[in-house]
Write a protein that binds this ligand. Sequence first.
Ligand SMILES: *Cc1c(COP(=O)(O)O)cnc(C)c1O
Length: 378
Amino acid sequence: MSDAAESVTESAPPREVHGAPEAAVRLREVLGQMPDYKPGKAAAAPAGVTAFKVSSNENPYGPLPSVLAAIGDGATTINRYPDMAVTALTQRLAKALDVPPECIATGTGSVAVLAQIVTAACDAGDEVVFAWRSFEAYPIVTQLAGAKPVMVGLDAEARHRLDAMFAAITDRTRVILVCTPNNPTGPCAGQAELEAFLDKVPSDVIVVVDEAYVEFVRDPEAVRGLEVWRHRPNVVVLRTFSKAYGLAGLRVGYAVAHPPVAAALRKTATPFGVNSLAQVAAIASLDAFDELSERVDSLVAERDRVVQALADQGWKLPRSDANFVWFPLGSDSTAFSEACQEAGLMVRQYGDDGVRVTIGEAEANSRLIEVAAAFGPR
Ligand SMILES: *Cc1c(COP(=O)(O)O)cnc(C)c1O
């Protein structure tokens, strides 16, 4: 966790407020031990160069007209609280996924749903097992809940080592996170290997299959979370509207979980968290699935174009089934990140592990191919 140490906020010196010294309030010690979540950099580039934000795995397409219209209609009632039970969206998701509505729990982004899962399952000192590197929110939500992160290194192809994750289970393990495709490295876990893993994991341990990028997956061997979920009461599938559906700014995600877990997630949710515009926009997006999946297909085609060009240049990169590519550059990460930045590409550097670049506008992707060629393949 090389960027953890860098990003721990130092406590500010006491300052005067309305003439009185600020009281030294007591905060949880864990806050001082936790990394801050680092958002992707905003677009900024040298003069004359168009900047592209390819640092947060966002969808480069703006909202569909039908989605904007739904948001416009919804805006007329924002003086009212949203439907706390998120009824219409839950029903619509149930239909789209062919699961009972009581098995769906929504939240303000799937990051929030994940925090609800950990809060629901962990007492202080309980353990959450996940791969590393993986999604940087994992250690944060774990530690905020008072639980202990147990991080298991990826293999040489940047994939989960499910056998090592199994070996990391103790009697304090309450949750295991499987990120597939893995953010930031790209590969999926395999369906057969996940099933074999789940056959061994104690049935009272929750296994979260985080499928934030599932719509971009084309690997036929990859995990199919809902299939796994159907016959396993301890499995929870996490999905989001932030990536393929292009609603990152509205904050809505969901879990598919068996009824006892889904009920626990409703208890741990922030009341009225999912706002009314997010609810209507998500429904309109599900209704516009065909249009959105054309966009997803063209992003996948762009990913394939980038991956092929990089392979032709001689780069050896892990497979990506998501909307980003991972450059495991070690100590060259900063130099590559700077080269990207000079070309107007705001990429995401993870310390000395590597650099993640989102598949964005075609022009941004072409520029990435040029920067990578000039940098020289590794
Ligand atoms: C982006 C992402 C999410 C989703 O985040 P939201 O809170 O729904 O925006 C969840 N998991 C992973 C691995 C992600 O990369």
